[in-house]
Design a protein around this ligand. Structure first.
Ligand code: 8IG
Length: 277
């Protein structure tokens, strides 16, 4: 008997791009929208942007689409939405992120990005909640990602696939974001595996090697987005100062609270940025 897999991405012989094309075809069928122009992954704190960027024409529970699993975390909404922007473009909003720390492998982590590319999206907006290393960033500060350091020791690329990551986080898109809000700061996103937060010593290491932001999601997704030829805009909401930078211990609850408080402001900002693309 051949093994059957609940998720086709768990079959090592499956082609992840073929699975993404199937997912995109299902999205086209369920939304009635054949082509999306851009895609957004909304991390913690960014969710309400979906309501502000345009008119939602379809909402799909992500589990109904090939390759997507159930959300691991309350507060991470497991839906895919098709949104008609005022200018006529179509945006796919991904509210269902699979984190590397869930342990399902990097193919699952980047499936949403590959699916977005397969729907036609040429711009990928990746947002997240993250820790800040710069002391001037108070919780609630949105920051542009200028570059990343991938400390997961993993990659979404398989085999001898050599992809250039110069200007991975598009200078052009960062400039557009700054034209909307000139006060937007930027920094280097450092992806740790998690799900534990860093030790203060690890935060000092991240700082020493050039990191300004610590997180658990975006670097692997950005690499896959670039492989698929997309232009990438990365935004972090600093929900907490990184361990040892802030004087009190980190709590998931406080992180969620900071996200909730900042949400209206940063979501409005993101909607203004999307309108300029
Ligand atoms: I929200 O301090 C959030 N996500 N690695 N470190 C890492 N990820 C995070 C943090 C943090 N805060």
């Amino acid at each position: 008997m051949p093994t059957t897999y609940l998720n086709p991405l768990d079959d090592p012989t499956a082609d992840p791009f073929e699975v993404a094309r199937r997912a995109a075809a299902e999205i086209a069928e369920k939304t009635g929208v054949n082509h999306h122009d851009l895609a957004l992954t909304l991390g913690s704190g960014w969710g309400s942007a979906a309501d502000l960027i345009g008119e939602t024409t379809a909402t799909i529970p992500a589990q109904e689409i090939t390759g997507f699993g159930k959300p691991a975390l309350a507060g991470h909404v497991g839906t895919l939405r098709s949104i008609l922007l005022p200018g006529g473009k179509r945006a796919l909003v991904i509210g269902a992120r699979t984190h590397y720390y869930e342990g399902h492998g990097v193919r699952r982590v980047v499936h949403s990005v590959r699916t977005a590319a397969a729907t036609g999206a040429t711009t990928m907006i990746l947002t997240n909640g993250a820790g800040g290393i710069r002391e001037t960033w108070k919780p609630g500060t949105p920051v542009l990602i200028s570059d990343h350091i991938n400390l997961t020791a993993d990659s979404p690329l398989e085999g001898a696939t050599f992809i250039d990551l110069t200007d991975l986080y598009s200078k052009r898109l960062r400039d557009i974001a700054r034209s909307v809000d000139p006060s937007l700061d930027e920094g280097v996103y450092t992806q740790f595996r998690g799900p534990h937060y860093e030790t203060p010593a690890e935060v000092q290491m991240a700082k020493a090697i050039g990191g300004h932001i610590v997180g658990m999601s975006t670097a692997l997704e950005a690499i896959a987005a670039r492989q698929s030829g997309m232009e990438i805009l990365g935004l972090s909401l600093i929900t907490n100062l990184a361990a040892g930078i802030q004087k009190t211990p980190l709590s998931h609850h406080e992180v969620i609270e900071a996200g909730r408080e900042a949400e209206p402001v940063i979501s409005a900002l993101l909607a203004l940025i999307v309108a300029e693309l």
